[in-house]
Each structure stands twice: as C-alpha cells, then as structure tokens.
Design a protein. Structure first.
Length: 627
C-alpha cells in the first residue's frame, strides 16, 4: 500500500521523523517556496533496493544543478517519488463527490471505532503540551523545502504552528491506518486527507508565510500586486490552476522540436517526419517512433542538447517519427482502429523511403501500448514489418496497484465515458489537472506560493513548456483506453480486437527493449516488468533511476541519472532488481548499443529526405504540432 505521509509526519511513540540517510536517486527540485531554493529533494528508498541502488550520503546532491540549473525546476512533474500518494486516473477524473465519499468513509468508521480516538488522546495531549511550551523536537524532513526560511525555527509562534501542522499530518495518517479499513478504502481516504493536509500547510497562507511577508515589505507591496495579477491571469486562462511554466521563451520550431527534418507524408490523422542524418553512415534499418495520443511528440525532441531525437541521429540511427493531429469534436469516433491504421501507413511510408523491408519501432506510455498492439497485430497476420520493439514507461498488465486506477470503479468509468461523449473528446487540460493533484504540494501549492504569494513568474523550462502544451483525446479512443486499463484487457489474449484481429501480446516474437522508471507513480516499474514475461521474443528490461517523464528525457548531460540492467528476467521484479547492476549515466547509451546491431549493416546516409513517392511537404516539425 502506498503511504501518504508528509514530510515531518510522526509515528506513534516518536516525535521526530527524520528523512533517510540514503536516497534511491538524485531528484531535481521543483520551484521552491522560499527565496533561496537549492539542491534536489530526497526520496524514501525502496525496501527492496540492493546496496548499489542507493546513492552514498557523501555524493554531492547539488552537482547536477550547479552545472545544469535547468534540471532544478523539473522534479515534481518528472520525478514521481517513491512515497508518492496514490490517486485518480486522468482518464477517469476526480471530483467533489469522490472527496466527500472519502470523508464520509472516514467519519463513519471513526464513529464505529471510538477506541482509535481514545487511544491516541494521551499521546496527542503530551505532544501538544510540548509544542506549546517550546520543548517539542518535531522538525520537517530535510527534503521539505517549505520550511527552509529561518523564521520557522527562530520565531516561536511560527515554529509552534509548523510543529502543530506536521504533528497533525502524521497523526491523521496513523489514525486512518488504525481504523481497520479495507486497504482500498485506506488508500482512497488517505488520498483525500492528503489533499486537505497539503492545502492547509501554513506556507500556503500569506499571513503565516514569512518569506512572502518579507518580500511584500521589501517591495512595498509590489510582489502582492504581481501575485494578484498572476492569480487573475490564471483564473482567466489556466482554468483556475497556478501556472507551472512561463511558456513565452519557448517556441515550437524555433527552440523546441528543432531537430532538422521534413514532413514527407500527411493525412487527416498524422504526419510522418523524416529526420536529416548527421553521420556519414547510418543503419540500413530505420527507427520509427509512435508517440502517445495524449501528448505532443516533442518531449522526445526538446531543446538542442536535451533531445532524444538529436541523440539518436548523431549515433547513426535512421529516424522517422509520427506527429498526431490534435482531434476536435468532429473526430469523436477516432479509436484504436483509426490510429492503428494510421500507424501501419507510417510503417509502410518508412519502409518505402528507407528501402528497408522492416523497421524498428518505439513508443512511450500510451504510444508503447500502441506499439505493442501493432507488433502483435502484424505477428498475427504473419507480416514481418517490425524487426524490434521498444516500449518506454508502458503498462500492459494493469494488475499492479497503479495510482491511476485507485478511483476507477464501474460507476466512475461510466461517468467519465459520458463526459467525453458529450464533448466528443477528453480535454488535455483536465488530464493535466488530475496529474497535478496526484502531487499537490509540488505541482499545485508550490506554484501557488511562487506565483501568488511571492509574486514571481513561473519557471521557464522546455519540458514544462511541453507539459503545458496539452492535447485532446477522442471520445471513442478514451472509452477504449478505459476498458483496456480497468479490465486489464491486454493481459488477456483476444480480449482486445483491433482491425478485426484479436490481440495477443504473447505473439510478439521480436527482440524487445522495455524501459521503466524507478520512482514512476503513473506506470509503476513493477507493472512494466510484467511485459518481459508477456512477450515471446528476447526481452531486455532496463530500470531508470527517475520518474515517468524524466525517464523519457534522461539526457546523458544529467549527472544524477543512473539505471539498472540485468541479463536475466526472473519471475519477480524483486528478484530482477536483486540481481541487477547499477550503471551510471543515461539509459539512452545502453539503448543505442542495443539498437545499433538491430539497425542492420551500415550504409551511406541519404543526401535528401523523402522519395519520389513521398516528397518533402514542409520542414519539421510540421503543422499538426501547432494545433
């Protein structure tokens, strides 16, 4: 069961909960809530990590941030967190009724189990007395940046408020777990309580935030005026949520998605982009990237020096990529058949232009799901158009207690389908909001303090700009995704039928490369590992040290990155990790070493892009990425 304990929470019999001496990975920090943020946030290590999985306390936590400060603001979006709170699915949603149901469950169980309250009373009274008299040892974890301002330690009243908040947060966690609720109910109640607790943090209150008050005094109220302006702007343009990024410095096609290439094919659903080789020799067999339909593709083509596409072509990989069109209500009927047909066309275009009988194929998250379906579909047809398959942070078997399934029930799924049917699509911004509330301190209240109380602009970073560039999901595809995930259909041969073909993941006989994130709370790595035993071909599993998105953008420049490899795939993910070896650096290096021999013999790089049949239409990144 996932825990929702906050920084500084207290367990029975102890007042001080200190953070661990080691952490599983260097995780870059989100925008801090005090004037002088620095260093990455620590995380609780997994109980099953081998000694090599944890970083030594002597390692310099701030090294990566000093050389590459852009990493310092990405964490909440990217990291995941080993102790991340469980929550709702972005495809299902979460509303006031879900919150009320959680509180009602807590209230009813409390009334029927008064002994839990009575047993906690003496400890609570003693702790409150020590807080009131200034003798309490309660302190926030070192990873909790909210209370770094010295006023929280030096001012007696503020220190008491902080300690009371931390104590109450720990007590409510302990109380919920002592009620004897079913595990699923515990997780749901903890999620709701976690939302409330993070919202009530004293740092979110202007009157109690010493840094905000000091800045207001120093600027003679100008910071408050700017903060009010930011609030009004977000109410008008960001659906009432604090902006996570200032997108103004970033322009797609100017400093994002600028890897040289050309659109060589376009239809109503997608564009196919052929990228310009940057080596004299390339592998004869190309790589085709199928991005998820729920995001724009350029998370893989960020600013130069941070782009996976750039990295691939600099290492002699022939590269082609799909860019999906952003659907509207008119495209409400687009479903897996629609996208599978389009992806098959992309495969044929790539084969034709490269003059290769088959391709290597890669997809991440929902794109990885599509890649698995395509590979299994072609295998069932007996068509050998795919040579190898790469899936990044992709959950094919949803038996794991993934956070995004917590609030999925027949009723909530039905409501979610009704909502997207009414509009014809699922809004991208609604999915983004659900993801934000999975980590409210880092992705909501952090920016509340930064943007409104401090009057600062949100940070400007490429991956955050990409995250804010949301897309819509057609209603029909949304419905199918819900069924596939909630009913675990891909783990059941024939349960999914695409293009009149029953899909059996066990038919995948290609060499397969599977990447997961150690702290991924969206597609847990333990679930991603199941893929190794679902496919029939040789499968290499690699575990990156980071969370969901950061695993995708694991540039070798990121000095805090590492990954695990194991030539064997034992029955359990725990046994895999026990036998794994830690490798410093980015898994991109390992993947290119794996991909290169599967790219066939070297040949002279083509001088021109496209072909007579598929001539250049326009320069990359094309038109669909701008819609």
């Amino acid at each position: 069961m996932s825990s929702t304990r906050g920084s500084g929470s207290v367990t029975p019999g102890e007042e001080l909960r200190s953070d661990p001496e080691t952490v599983p990975t260097h995780v870059p920090a989100p925008p801090a809530q005090d004037p002088a943020p620095e260093g990455p946030a620590s995380e609780e290590p997994s109980a099953i990590l081998p000694p090599s999985a944890t970083a030594s306390p002597s390692e310099p936590d701030d090294e990566q941030d000093e050389e590459h400060p852009e990493f310092a603001q990405e964490a909440a979006l990217l990291a995941g967190g080993a102790g991340a709170v469980v929550g709702p699915s972005p495809f299902v949603g979460f509303g006031p009724k879900d919150a009320l149901d959680g509180l009602l469950t807590l209230g009813k169980k409390t009334l029927t189990n008064p002994r839990a309250v009575i047993s906690a009373a003496p400890r609570t009274a003693a702790s409150l007395f020590r807080i009131g008299t200034g003798r309490s040892a309660i302190a926030p974890d070192r990873s909790d940046k909210r209370f770094r301002d010295m006023a929280w330690e030096d001012t007696r009243l503020l220190k008491a408020v902080m300690q009371l908040y931390l104590f109450a947060g720990g007590e409510i966690d302990n109380f919920v777990e002592s009620l004897g609720l079913p595990e699923k109910d515990v997780e749901r109640v903890e999620f709701v309580v976690h939302l409330i607790r993070e919202g009530l943090a004293p740092t979110n209150n202007l009157v109690l935030n010493p840094a905000a008050l000091r800045k207001a005094k120093e600027t003679r109220g100008e910071s408050l005026a700017r903060g009010l302006g930011n609030l009004i702007h977000d109410m008008r343009t960001n659906h009432g949520m604090p902006s996570q990024v200032n997108r103004k410095p970033y322009k797609v096609g100017e400093n994002l998605a600028v890897t040289p290439g050309s659109v060589i094919y376009r239809d109503d659903i997608m564009e196919v982009i052929h990228y310009q080789p940057q080596t004299a020799q390339v592998g004869a067999r190309p790589l085709l990237v199928i991005p998820p339909q729920v995001n724009k593709y350029y998370a893989l083509d960020l600013a130069p020096g941070r782009s996976m596409y750039e990295y691939l072509i600099k290492h002699g990989i022939q590269l082609y990529g799909v860019s999906w069109r952003n659907p509207t209500a008119k495209e409400r009927d687009w479903n897996f058949d629609t996208y599978a047909e389009a992806a098959l066309r992309a495969i044929d275009v790539t084969r034709s232009v490269s003059r290769s009988p088959d391709v290597n194929i890669m997809g991440g998250c929902a794109g990885g799901m599509m890649v698995s379906i395509l590979t299994a579909l072609l295998a069932s047809r007996g068509e050998k158009k795919i040579n190898s398959t790469t899936m990044l942070v992709t959950l094919l078997d949803s038996r794991v207690d993934a956070e995004i399934l917590l609030f999925a029930s027949p009723q909530t799924v039905k409501v979610a389908k009704m909502q997207s049917s009414q509009k014809g699509y699922l809004d991208g911004w609604r999915m983004a909001q659900v993801f934000a509330w999975l980590r409210p301190n880092e992705l909501v209240w952090n920016y509340w303090v930064n943007n409104y109380l401090m009057g600062n602009d949100p940070p400007s970073f490429d991956i955050l700009a990409w995250n804010a560039d949301t897309t819509r999901l057609p209603a029909a595809l949304h419905h199918q995704l819900l069924d596939i995930v909630t009913e675990n259909q891909l783990a059941k041969p024939g349960a999914v039928n695409i293009l009149d073909t029953p899909i059996d993941i066990g038919r995948i006989g290609t060499d397969t490369y599977v990447v997961a994130g150690l702290t991924d709370h969206i597609t847990p790595w333990s679930g991603c590992y199941h893929t190794t035993h679902m496919v029939a071909g040789d499968c290499r599993f690699v575990l990156c040290s980071s969370g969901h998105v950061q695993t995708l953008v694991a540039t070798p420049k990121h000095k805090g990155m590492y990954y695990f490899t194991n030539p064997e795939n034992p029955a359990s993910h725990e046994d895999w990790l026990k036998g794994a070896q830690r490798q410093d650096g980015s898994w991109w290096v390992d993947w290119v070493e794996w991909l290169t021999p599967r790219s066939g013999p070297s040949k002279r790089a083509p001088r021109t892009l496209g072909s007579r049949k598929y001539p250049v239409i326009e320069p990359a990144p094309g038109s669909y990425i701008h819609t």
